[in-house]
Design a protein around this ligand. Structure first.
Ligand SMILES: *[C@@H]1O[C@H](CO)[C@@H](O)[C@H](O)[C@H]1NC(C)=O
Ligand SMILES: *[C@@H]1O[C@H](CO)[C@@H](O)[C@H](O)[C@H]1NC(C)=O
Ligand SMILES: *[C@@H]1O[C@H](CO)[C@@H](O)[C@H](O)[C@H]1NC(C)=O
Ligand SMILES: *[C@@H]1O[C@H](CO)[C@@H](O)[C@H](O)[C@H]1NC(C)=O
Ligand SMILES: [Fe+2]
Length: 465
């Protein structure tokens, strides 16, 4: 007989491949990989020791310090004394190489229940050279600590730039895997962080020492490249039962952002321009109804976006608008109703959210036709709409969100209950390559990837994989 077993299995394989390709084209993908659901506890505080030396500066982190990328805010904590509260910095290259300048810092500190913070320093440096490596040093003598960063290229329409994306990080063994995986991925130049930082509030009395351990934890990345901050629900630290009535108190003391340079009146919503991207950060946990400060600001802000200068329009917020996980289902709905039509009119390219501890990517869809009498409440394909990414898969103490709605709704293109991070590599005004990297894979592997086409310059439908 000619038709032997290996031919049969070969045919079966071909059939299987065909079927899986067909499956890809006609609907969303729910990856079968599911990580164990129970959360890992936070690593012991001793896993995040302070640097050696008396009053040594710790928890060093940087973020963009102005509108266009020539500024940086350098932040650090000194545990016992107010000094040093200045930071020497110098270019490592270029015509001002090794020319030392010093920036002073503003000091803040706060009390939370029975915790007293160290001295929290924020030094804003402006008018740096574009696309230049800088060194900076915090501390004196034996405690001096040397760091470096690179400023972005001048804002412009075809400037290539790669962003990292992460959310809901926490400080568990999974968080450490995510962060290490991200750091070992050499391409990303700036972190877009979608909110929920330390998860200190999951500890008794919101143990604010967990804010300190988290600051030490992320330093190995955040001292060397800017992390662009978004506030999540775990930044609220609103706890009337222990007489803590001021929302966002630890977060706003520790993580400063350049909100004034985008005419915002609150650090919880602001925007920056970096390379070829205009990045808008919103707060899911501040008022956004009509006439509120955030609403008024966003309306103005969208009129200022200049696609000729920054073709890529990216929005960061914490609570996703499109989420087909049973965890936090529809929590982002009221904000979606408030702002979705603006995002479609403005042709936002991508919206990054966290909150749900899994990964999900949407199709380009919108649901803006609906009114209370027309019944048109199903999202439809819309090439003016953003792609929505939920990337709350940093690996925090609360574990994975492994309960997706079944069947997968048509707006959901890909979803998986794994931990990981993503990168968005902007190539020019039309093309950006997006990849999601789960922790269990090596760096070269992208479990989800997509060529994104710019909504302003090339509003063509993207193809998954
Ligand atoms: C995080 O992971 C790295 C690399 O595996 C390891 O060297 C480091 O000790 C871990 N950190 C903690 C706090 O466990
Ligand atoms: C704060 O109070 C809690 C509960 O009484 C206690 O366990 C903890 O040790 C206290 N921390 C400080 C820094 O006093
Ligand atoms: C709601 O939709 C219906 C059908 O499209 C339309 O006739 C009606 O004017 C809409 N109502 C409002 C308040 O926009
Ligand atoms: C933009 O980048 C994409 C991907 O690298 C490339 O295929 C395309 O030719 C570029 N466009 C221009 C105008 O260079
Ligand atoms: Fe959250």
């Amino acid at each position: 007989m000619q038709f032997n077993m290996s031919t049969a299995s070969c045919l079966l394989t071909v059939l299987f491949l065909l079927l899986s390709v067909v499956g890809f084209c006609h609907g969303g993908v729910t990856s079968s990989y599911v990580r164990k659901a129970e959360g890992s506890s936070d690593l012991p505080k001793e896993a995040f020791p302070p640097p050696p030396g008396f009053n040594a500066p710790e928890q060093v982190h940087i973020t963009q310090g102005d509108r266009g990328g020539r500024g940086v805010i350098i932040s650090w904590v000194t545990p016992l004394m107010r000094h040093p509260n200045f930071v020497p910095y110098w270019a490592a290259e270029g015509k001002l190489k090794n020319y030392k300048l010093t920036a002073p810092a503003k000091i803040t500190s706060y009390r939370y229940f029975n915790y007293t913070s160290g001295y929290i320093h924020h030094a804003t440096i402006k008018r740096l050279e574009y696309d230049t490596k800088y060194f900076y040093e915090i501390g004196i003598g034996v405690c001096a600590r040397l760091f470096h960063f690179r400023t972005p290229p001048k804002v412009g329409p075809d400037v290539p730039y790669t962003f990292g994306i992460m959310g809901d990080l926490g400080q568990t063994i999974n968080s450490n895997e995510t962060l290490e995986h991200y750091i070992s991925n050499p391409t990303a130049q700036t972190m877009l962080f979608a909110g929920d930082l330390s998860y200190a509030d999951d500890h008794p009395y919101h143990d604010n020492e967990r804010w300190d351990t988290w600051g030490r934890f992320i330093e190995k990345s955040a001292a060397y490249q800017p992390w662009i901050w978004t506030a999540g629900n775990h930044e609220l630290d609103f706890a009337p039962e222990i007489q803590e009535y001021v929302p966002f108190k630890p977060y706003m003391n520790r993580y400063h952002v350049p909100y004034r340079s985008s005419q915002s009146t609150s650090p919880l919503w602001y925007s920056i321009k970096r390379a070829s991207a205009h990045i808008i950060v919103l707060s899911s946990y501040s008022a956004y109804g009509k006439y509120t400060p955030q609403y008024t600001w966003l309306k103005q802000e969208l009129t200022k976006v200049n696609r000729a200068e920054t073709p890529w329009l990216i929005v960061l917020l914490h609570s996703p608008w499109y989420n087909s996980n049973n965890y936090h289902f529809m929590e982002g709905e009221s904000m979606r109703v408030a702002f979705e039509s603006w995002f479609v009119e403005s042709k936002v390219d991508i919206v990054l959210a966290g909150h749900v501890h899994a990964y999900e990517r949407s199709e380009r869809i919108s649901n803006v036709r609906y009114n209370i009498t027309d019944g048109l409440s199903t999202p439809i394909k819309d090439q003016s709409a953003p792609i929505y990414i939920t990337i709350g898969d940093g690996g925090n103490i609360e574990g994975i969100a492994n309960s997706f709605t079944d069947p997968q709704p048509s707006y959901s293109a890909f979803r998986e209950a794994s931990f990981g991070h993503a990168t968005l590599a902007i190539k020019n005004r039309t093309h950006a390559h997006y990849t999601w990297h789960r922790n269990q894979d090596s760096n070269a592997v992208a479990a989800d990837s997509l060529w994104l086409y710019n909504r302003h310059y090339y509003p063509v439908e993207e193809l998954s994989h």
